[in-house]
Ligand binder design. Structure first.
Ligand code: AP5
Length: 222
């Protein structure tokens, strides 16, 4: 019988590089990328009442209330593609109560990755971030510039990408991730995120390959 598909969670401060690394991880491992932030932005775009409430919090750099986030993530994780291919959950949980809720629904990650990046660098990343509305790809004016003039001309900025949000949100983020780690009782892997994105990915790739290899030799270990 084939081993069950991988279930990974990735956490880190705003602009620590979660979305960028998730693109690289899904390309190699074929997991379904589920981003709490993307789910919320889709909810806002749909014009729903939950979307309107979520936007109020996101604009201030605050966490969106659990009543909105928890069920949204649970529903997405329960879809067939995620169950069959495995998932890569990005930006959830962000509090120990969110971690508890997920476990209560029977979702147990194999690995919890935390991207560690110093604060001054995070602010620079937020301010320079741009998105391609056509492909969804993440760019940075300095570190990951667009490949062509045509792409450069259509890049957009996220509504919540302000320097003010970046610094305000950091503190909450770090103390939560410590509590979340304790709560989840899973394999943790801290990654140094203050390096070029390819080098950050090499660290993650090594952790994932080691875990898969360990599973193959001892299927009861994970
Ligand atoms: P979310 O969308 O999750 O935003 P975030 O945590 O602020 O994370 P980001 O998407 O900003 O950054 P990232 O880590 O993905 O970095 P990226 O790869 O883009 O959440 C948005 C909001 O939704 C939250 O503020 C909150 O209000 C709400 N929310 C979300 N989840 C919630 C939850 N569970 N509960 C309650 N509320 C929730 O990279 C950033 C930039 O840096 C890019 O320009 C990139 O090109 C560049 N870059 C990336 N890696 C490198 C590198 N190695 N070197 C140089 N540049 C790099």
């Amino acid at each position: 019988e084939p081993p069950p598909p991988l279930k990974i969670m990735i956490s880190g401060a705003p602009a620590s590089g979660k979305g960028t690394q998730c693109e690289l991880i899904t390309q190699k491992y074929g997991l379904v990328h589920i981003s709490a932030g993307d789910l919320l932005r889709a909810e806002i775009a749909s014009g729903s009442e939950n979307g309107r409430l979520a936007k109020e919090h996101m604009e201030k750099g605050q966490l969106v209330p659990n009543e909105i986030v928890v069920m949204m993530v649970k529903d997405r994780l329960s879809q067939t593609d995620a169950e069959q291919n495995g998932w890569l959950l990005d930006g959830y949980p962000r509090s120990s109560s969110q971690a508890t809720a997920l476990q209560g629904f029977g979702f147990h990650p194999d690995l919890f990755i935390v991207l560690e990046v110093p604060e001054d660098i995070l602010v620079e990343r937020v301010v320079g971030r741009r998105l391609d509305p056509v492909t969804g790809k993440i760019y940075h004016l300095k570190y990951s510039p667009p490949e062509t003039e045509e792409i450069a001309a259509r890049l957009t900025q996220r509504f919540d990408d302000t320097e003010e949000k970046a610094s305000q949100y950091l503190y909450i983020c770090f103390c939560f991730s410590r509590k979340v780690k304790l709560r989840l009782k899973t394999h943790n892997h801290n990654i140094k995120g203050n390096r070029p994105k390819e080098e950050v990915f090499t660290q993650i790739d090594t952790a994932l390959s080691e875990m898969l290899q360990q599973r193959n030799t001892d299927p009861t270990s994970t």
